[in-house]
Design a protein around this ligand. Structure first.
Ligand SMILES: Nc1nc2c(c(=O)[nH]1)N[C@H]1C(S)=C(S)[C@@H](COP(=O)(O)OP(=O)(O)OC[C@H]3O[C@@H](n4cnc5c(=O)[nH]c(N)nc54)[C@H](O)[C@@H]3O)O[C@H]1N2
Ligand SMILES: Nc1nc2c(c(=O)[nH]1)N[C@H]1C(S)=C(S)[C@@H](COP(=O)(O)OP(=O)(O)OC[C@H]3O[C@@H](n4cnc5c(=O)[nH]c(N)nc54)[C@H](O)[C@@H]3O)O[C@H]1N2
Ligand SMILES: [Mo]
Length: 704
């Protein structure tokens, strides 16, 4: 039964073609407003909405290819049931009725033993609130399934920011255009935050200096005035070094510090331990670069000019990621940068959205039960665990949606071993037969953003976006919501909330008992609505911390037995401590993919070429590696074969495996996560993808 869509007032007809307003669903700070052109029921073009300021009518290359992805010949168009051995990728088509009946029967049987043996696994294939956390969350709450700690991306930085500023809050992205100094810190903005880069370019035209802080000489770093290529995982040391210089030169806004911060004497003492020489040594950069960075930042205070920091999640995927975020987040208060609307820091704005999560997810359906929580990062180990008092029941069923864990989760040797368990019942809601779907017992065809309703917050701007379906579902695809409604009915769940339709859920997301915070009619009319956020939210303090101040010192962390101050926490794996693995490997995003999404879109894969390992000439020479040679990259967790690219983008001692390729496109059926570890960050229980030592050798195996 296809899900019907209603044509809404937001559809305008231009010369026979409909233009439908929507939102880009992807896990990207930009959350663009889309306009889809539909001819005879077919989406022929997806463009940026010119009326939406942050989108500015411009889309990235990959999302411009959204129709190619939607009508891709490999799209899964009907429910599939496994026929071959686990992981063989052999399936037969079955009806929705029989698939849902059989899945519900399996879940009922497991739930009778212990519903916590069933675990959801989902992340940000779509960031839409409705298709990610509404009926699905209600379903798992009612079932009493394991809870999921959604940590795979931003947990350390989010926690660091929350401890220091009080939440995922920061400056408004549009005001970067007026800054006089921009530090782009742990972000390849041209690749992963293109619409911010437009504002940075505007600032540059107005005379701003732009400095990039990133181990890799990215396309962004190349276009900045300066590039500080520090070692991975040393950002807190650099931030403490800036503080040291601000203190010794007295480039400090004492009035702001006195009025609006907490713990200054303690932070001052800590920062004075970090002279530029020590910082240069730890970060592996010239001492003069540390001094000049601090001078540039301090001079903004002296000259009354706004200094802005665009922090991104690249710098928090290491052991000390939470502390590093805290250290950087302290900087603006020291020079009173928050006084300017173009000053401060932006890591994520997601905490500024008044989302009514309780109404969407209905935690009351847990009815007092407190299921155990599974961390996304450690799914490899957790799938291989037996029942125990500490862990709870062995995981017997996994329901995966909006995620591709076999490709994106760390230590994938373990993840694959877990997914390959014959006694694990796995259901995957997907568009394509991903590496994860290969291991499914059932693959259920999901709709894409062009085919369903949704509503979106953002983490790189402060507008809410509505997505209306532009086309009918392709094949037999169904929205995630519809799949969980079908399962809920078969499980015998009769609560009316399981019958809420998707448009109602869009309204629920921003509903508020005291009156809605977002005018839904405005969303229907324009496709977006701006949050009422003041231009310089922390000019007068008022941080959303317990003290209302920027907390250099966190009593909350100290109460947990942790360091109350930010510090440099060295990586788990650093040169010298990881025997036989002297190179640090980072695996940042590829420009034309979105994590592992789009890897199967040929036109985009053609631009990326093939998986490569970028290695500096010096490190390549020492190993007899020439450009294009196949190398074996390995450590104690596994090995991965890939072509070497001898590249100026890599600094000595650091190699880059751009991600996240599907394993099946790799030379030996693996990807970089074969090497990454399941260690957790200092704060937030996040992943440490970029805290990973490896060795690289010419590959001599004849089999490739
Ligand atoms: N095109 C594209 N856009 C994306 C994504 C994608 O896969 N492709 N991914 C999306 C996702 S999931 C997210 S979370 C966001 C944010 O995405 P992020 O993953 O934060 O992406 P980048 O902005 O590319 O930031 C990574 C940068 O951090 C650098 N880096 C690595 N280690 C360190 C370190 O220790 N210190 C410092 N200073 N830098 C380091 C890397 O070299 C890289 O240039 O972007 C999203 N946008
Ligand atoms: N080595 C290394 N690993 C990394 C990273 C890294 O930088 N290096 N980055 C990490 C980060 S930041 C993140 S956020 C994670 C990302 O991990 P994931 O959130 O798993 O992201 P994707 O790989 O894009 O997989 C999303 C899947 O959801 C599917 N999907 C999209 N929309 C829908 C929908 O509406 N319904 C359903 N059912 N499915 C849908 C897509 O087809 C896609 O296969 O990866 C992490 N892994
Ligand atoms: Mo992410």
């Amino acid at each position: 039964m296809p899900v019907s869509i209603s044509i809404s007032p937001n559809v305008s007809f231009v010369k026979g073609a409909a233009k439908v307003r929507g939102a880009c669903p992807h896990d990207c700070p930009d959350t663009c407003a889309l306009v889809t052109t539909v001819e005879n029921g077919v989406a022929v073009k997806v463009q940026g909405n010119p009326e939406h300021a942050q989108t500015g009518g411009v889309l990235c290359t990959k999302v411009s290819r959204y129709p190619e992805r939607t009508y891709h010949p490999d799209r899964i168009l009907q429910p599939l049931k496994r026929v071959g051995p686990k992981g063989s990728g052999q399936f037969e088509a079955v009806s929705w009725e029989s698939a849902l009946d059989e899945i519900a029967a399996q879940l009922k049987a497991i739930a009778q033993r212990d519903p916590q043996a069933i675990a959801p696994y989902s992340y940000a294939g779509t960031m839409g609130l409705v298709q990610s956390e509404s009926i699905a969350a209600r379903f798992f709450n009612k079932l009493g399934a394991s809870l999921l700690d959604r940590t795979i991306c931003s947990a350390a930085g989010g926690e660091g920011l929350t401890q220091t500023l009080g939440g995922k809050v920061g400056m408004k992205v549009e005001f970067f255009a007026e800054a006089k100094l921009i530090l782009i810190w742990g972000s390849n903005s041209i690749a992963s935050n293109l619409h911010f880069w437009r504002y940075a370019q505007e600032a540059k035209r107005q005379g701003a200096k732009i400095i990039c802080i990133d181990p890799r000489k990215t396309e962004t770093a190349e276009k900045c005035h300066e590039h500080i290529a520090l070692r991975p995982g040393t950002d807190a040391a650099l931030a403490l070094g800036i503080m040291h210089e601000l203190i010794v030169h007295d480039w400090l806004d004492h009035a702001y510090i006195n009025a609006h911060t907490e713990g200054w004497p303690l932070l001052r003492e800590r920062a004075l331990l970090w002279n530029p020489e020590r910082v240069a040594e730890v970060c592996g950069v010239p001492v003069e670069q540390v001094r000049s960075l601090a001078r540039d930042y301090g001079q903004c205070f002296v000259n009354g000019q706004p200094a802005a920091i665009r922090l991104n999640y690249g710098m928090q995927r290491v052991r000390g990621g939470g502390n590093a975020t805290r250290a950087v987040a302290c900087l603006p208060a020291l020079i009173g940068a928050w006084r300017h609307r173009a000053g401060g820091v932006l890591l994520s704005s997601s905490g500024m959205f008044p989302i009514n999560r309780a109404a969407l997810q209905r935690p009351d359906l847990l009815a007092g039960r407190q299921p155990r929580t599974i961390n996304m990062v450690t799914i490899g180990d957790d799938l291989l665990r037996d029942s125990s008092p500490g862990f709870g029941p062995k995981i017997e069923a996994l329901i995966v949606y909006n995620s591709n864990p076999v490709a994106v989760a760390p230590d994938s040797g373990k993840v694959v071993q877990g997914f390959a368990r014959e006694d694990l019942f796995t259901v995957v809601l997907e568009h394509f037969q991903t590496d994860t779907a290969d291991y499914a017992d059932f693959i259920l065809p999901a709709t894409t953003q062009l085919e369903h309703w949704d509503v979106h917050g953002a983490y790189g701007h402060t507008d809410v976006l509505l997505n209306q379906p532009a086309i009918a579902p392709v094949g037999q695809a169904r929205p995630n919501t519809e799949v969980f409604r079908g399962l809920a009915a078969r499980m015998g769940y009769t609560e009316p909330c399981f019958a809420d339709d998707d448009e109602t859920l869009c309204r629920t997301a921003f509903s508020h008992p005291g009156g809605d915070r977002i005018d839904f009619n405005e969303l229907l009319d324009k496709g977006f609505a701006s949050l009422p956020v003041s231009d310089a939210p922390f000019a007068e303090g008022h941080f959303p911390t317990p003290s209302g101040k920027c907390e250099f010192f966190s009593a909350r962390l100290q109460a947990q037995g942790l360091d109350g101050l930010p510090d440099h926490v060295p990586n788990y794996e650093v040169a010298g401590t990881s025997a036989g693995h002297p190179l640090a490997m980072i695996s940042p995003p590829a420009r034309n993919f979105l994590n592992s999404t789009f890897v199967n879109v040929k036109s985009l894969r053609d631009i990326e070429g093939e998986p490569v390992l970028e290695i500096n000439a010096e490190d390549a020479l020492a190993r007899g590696i020439t450009a294009g040679a196949v190398v074996r990259v390995f450590n104690q967790r596994g090995e991965y074969r890939v072509k070497a690219e001898v590249s100026k983008r890599a600094r000595p001692g650091v190699v880059h495996g751009l991600g996240v390729w599907w394993r099946k496109f790799g030379l030996d059926g693996t990807n970089v996560n074969q090497l990454t570890s399941q260690h957790l960050t200092d704060l937030g229980r996040g992943p440490v993808f970029y805290d990973c030592m490896v060795e690289v050798q010419l590959d001599t195996s004849p089999s490739l």
